[in-house]
Design a protein around this ligand. Structure first.
Ligand SMILES: [Zn+2]
Length: 183
């Protein structure tokens, strides 16, 4: 994986479309608490890690409010994870080992070395314990080397284009984007 992937406008546009579709579907199902209609309540975001030319595609995270009971409904996202400032794509490009301050995310994107270390820790300790990974890791044959995540999982997706493989992986991660498995 290289920095070129981040400059691939097509991939960013596709991620936006996937999120748009997820939001549309979430809105249709209505409030999970009372069943009433959902109103638009998008969160403004200040994305980090994406090129300036595509910032507009990351200006909001889709979200809704219930028109009756005010319950918040935030659909899963391939662009954002929880409240992290960095876009999901960057988190998926972190290299698993080597000195953090020498990684290309640090040298080229100016991601702080401590942030890289935190992300590695997330992949190697938090992600591997998520219900998603515990359920799905057996689908990868032979086993994915967990010490080399996330790259070791991304390379198992079958698209020939690296941008498409990353897209497939971000889709795979969807259940973890809001911290819970979707119902
Ligand atoms: Zn409601």
């Amino acid at each position: 994986m290289s920095i070129d992937i981040l400059r691939d406008v097509r991939v960013h546009a596709l991620l936006f479309k996937i999120d748009q579709d997820l939001a549309r579907r979430r809105r249709k199902t209505g409030c999970r608490k009372c069943g009433a209609k959902l109103h638009c309540g998008n969160f403004p975001r200040k994305p980090k890690g994406c090129p300036a030319s595509v910032r507009e595609l990351y200006a909001h995270r889709f979200s809704f409010d219930c028109s009756r009971c005010d319950t918040r409904a935030t659909p899963a996202s391939v662009r954002f994870r929880d409240r992290r400032h960095y876009v999901s794509m960057v988190l998926a490009l972190v290299c698993p080992r080597g000195p953090a301050h020498r990684s290309w995310l640090c040298e080229r994107l100016k991601v702080a070395a401590r942030t890289i270390r935190r992300w590695r820790c997330w992949w190697h300790e938090t992600f591997v314990a998520t219900p998603l990974w515990l359920l799905k890791r057996a689908d990868f044959v032979p086993c994915v080397n967990e010490a080399a995540l996330p790259g070791s999982a991304i390379e198992r997706f079958d698209a020939t284009d690296p941008g498409d493989r990353l897209l497939q992986f971000l889709r795979f991660l969807l259940p973890t984007s809001t911290g819970v498995l979707p119902v």
